[in-house]
Design a protein around this ligand. Structure first.
Ligand SMILES: Cc1cc2nc3c(=O)[nH]c(=O)nc-3n(C[C@H](O)[C@H](O)[C@H](O)COP(=O)(O)OP(=O)(O)OC[C@H]3O[C@@H](n4cnc5c(N)ncnc54)[C@H](O)[C@@H]3O)c2cc1C
Length: 511
């Protein structure tokens, strides 16, 4: 494997703590164990799955999520979520995301569609845990409240150790989690892998009058079902994937749905035109200019509506409220840094690492690669460049992106940059899964190069690339039907059949 220094004589086993048991944390747990490390996964919720563990509760007292982090309800899934990425590309390399054979019960019945509902991903992650015996490494209902370097005994050098403070929490119906007092524990670990996700902490725009507006305002983080908006006039700020999905969810339930875009011209795709033609109650508007006392929402072109509710579909912020690195890792304008290859903070590597930071990546494939790299660096099988070299690489990476005109807030979007930007890390940028960018660069060579450099994971097969490219075409054409089209080529059809047959060999997603 490229990037290795040859087989070391003895691999080290480290005592590692993983924060979070979502897709990234589970990938980390599996890879760390495989490499012989002793792993404890701390998960604040009562089950694994992260975002995919649907939570009907919301942060009821703070629907905008504007209070200081962390939000108390982690999952931002709404009830109607169906995948935007095809299941064929959403599996672990050796445990494919084939349709589950669950007949009901916990997690409900299976959903065999290519773009299944969110419960199918939850069931898959549970099955993954079972198949690899991960549950005995996971400590549920355990919220990490502080991670900081453990004090070193005088005269002792070497890599830092980490003190992890956690407390028991319990999920209570109807309201956000309750912390159980006096249940705080502190443990010391050789390594901490941060995998707490980044689709929970709302990012909000600043809009004139927002603070004073007395009608309902919430972030999409707190949207679950359309029913509370029955008969209402609803304005949706932002028309990314969540904005579009929620708009469709509300059509036919709300009286009027006004979807706003920074640029109406850019938002008027063939898919948008079809949506507008199909739903008389849906309107596309320019950005919101201000919210008035009387309930009127004024748009940038001077038009306005009297609205009952405003839903901000404006994305999420990275947030590590438990992490105290003494300023060595910071979040600045949604850039977590410095992080070498989005994984290791140079000054604290390898004992502190992050899995799952990149956005618009192929998950869990990339998480698996990151986790395998971390596990091997910790064991000594692989090595990192010296800290100053890693730091220089991060700086070059950031500079290259700036030159390419990528705003800082998109630092971890591993796509959408000028392909002429060619520092190694930037090679990752050429592939992306944003259904908005829809670049045909999606499965560019560079992402494979990254994975190949640090791991021995198999490549994503050609037929899967073909599915993605078809998806990218279809979503441009019709937002409402792209998930249910039956237009596979003969090659894809046959490959899918072979792939399904293979599920028996992997033990499949079991009953
Ligand atoms: C509405 C919606 C739709 C999406 N659709 C897709 C899609 O179609 N395809 C796709 O690839 N991705 C999609 N995503 C992104 C999806 O969230 C990621 O693919 C994936 O779930 C990220 O996994 P993760 O493990 O990094 O984070 P998460 O799934 O968020 O897991 C993080 C875990 O860490 C735990 N945690 C956090 N803080 C602490 C703490 N202090 N102590 C202990 N535990 C903690 C959380 O409880 C959680 O279980 C979607 C996201 C949303 C919100």
């Amino acid at each position: 494997m490229a990037g290795d220094d040859g087989p070391p004589l003895r691999l080290r086993s480290r005592k590692a703590c993983v924060v979070g048991a979502g897709m990234a944390g589970l990938a980390a747990a599996r890879e760390l164990r495989r490499e012989g490390h002793a792993v404890t996964v701390m998960e604040q919720r009562g089950d694994v799955g992260g975002q995919w563990l649907y939570d009907p509760r919301t942060d009821a007292a703070d629907l905008l999520g504007a209070a200081p982090a962390p939000v108390r309800v982690h999952s931002s899934m709404y009830a109607s979520v169906r995948l935007i990425s095809p299941r064929e590309t959403m599996g672990f390399s050796d445990f494919q995301f084939v349709p589950s054979r669950h007949g009901g019960g916990e997690g409900g019945a299976g959903d065999p569609r290519r773009f299944p509902d969110h419960r199918e991903v939850y069931r898959y992650l549970r099955d993954f845990c079972d198949a690899f015996g991960l549950m005995d490494a996971v400590r549920l209902n355990t919220r990490v409240v502080r991670v900081a370097m453990a004090p070193r005994p005088p005269g002792e050098g070497g890599e830092p150790k980490w003190a992890v403070m956690s407390m028991n929490v319990r999920e209570s119906e109807g309201e956000s989690d309750q912390e159980e007092e006096a249940a705080v524990q502190e443990e010391v670990f050789d390594a901490v892998v941060v995998a707490n996700g980044h689709y929970s902490q709302p990012k909000l725009p600043t809009i004139n009058g927002m603070e004073q507006w007395r009608r309902r305002q919430l972030h999409s983080h707190s949207y679950r079902v359309p029913d509370p908006f029955r008969g209402e006039v609803v304005v949706l700020v932002g028309c990314g994937d969540s904005g579009l999905d929620i708009a469709l969810d509300l059509c036919g339930v709300a009286r009027e749905v006004h979807l706003t875009a920074k640029s109406v011209e850019a938002a008027t795709t063939p898919a948008m035109s079809k949506m507008l033609a199909n739903h008389g109650d849906l309107h596309l508007r320019p950005r919101v200019d201000r919210l008035r006392h009387d309930g009127r929402v004024v748009f940038a072109d001077g038009s306005s509506v009297v609205a009952d509710a405003v839903i901000y579909c404006t994305g999420y912020a990275y947030s590590f409220p438990f992490l105290d690195t003494g300023g060595l890792v910071t979040v600045d304008d949604n850039r977590v840094g410095p992080l070498f290859e989005h994984v290791f903070p140079p000054a604290l590597a390898p004992s502190l690492s992050f899995v799952g930071v990149p956005r618009k990546a192929i998950a869990p494939w990339l998480f698996e690669a990151q986790a395998r790299w971390i596990a091997r660096v910790l064991s000594g099988r692989s090595s990192l460049p010296p800290p100053e070299e890693m730091l220089r690489a991060v700086e070059e990476y950031n500079r290259a992106r700036e030159v390419a005109g990528v705003p800082k807030k998109y630092s971890h979007d591993i796509g959408g940059v000028d392909p002429s930007v060619r520092t190694f890390s930037c090679r990752l940028l050429a592939s992306r899964i944003s259904l908005h960018s829809m670049s045909n660069n999606f499965f560019d060579q560079e992402m494979y190069e990254f994975v190949a450099k640090y791991t021995d994971l198999p490549r994503v097969e050609e037929w899967k690339r073909e599915i993605i490219l078809t998806l990218l075409r279809n979503v441009k054409d019709d937002r409402e039907t792209f998930r249910d089209r039956d237009d596979d080529s003969e090659n894809v059809r046959q490959s899918v059949q072979r792939w399904l047959a293979m599920s028996a060999a992997q033990g499949g997603a079991t009953d």
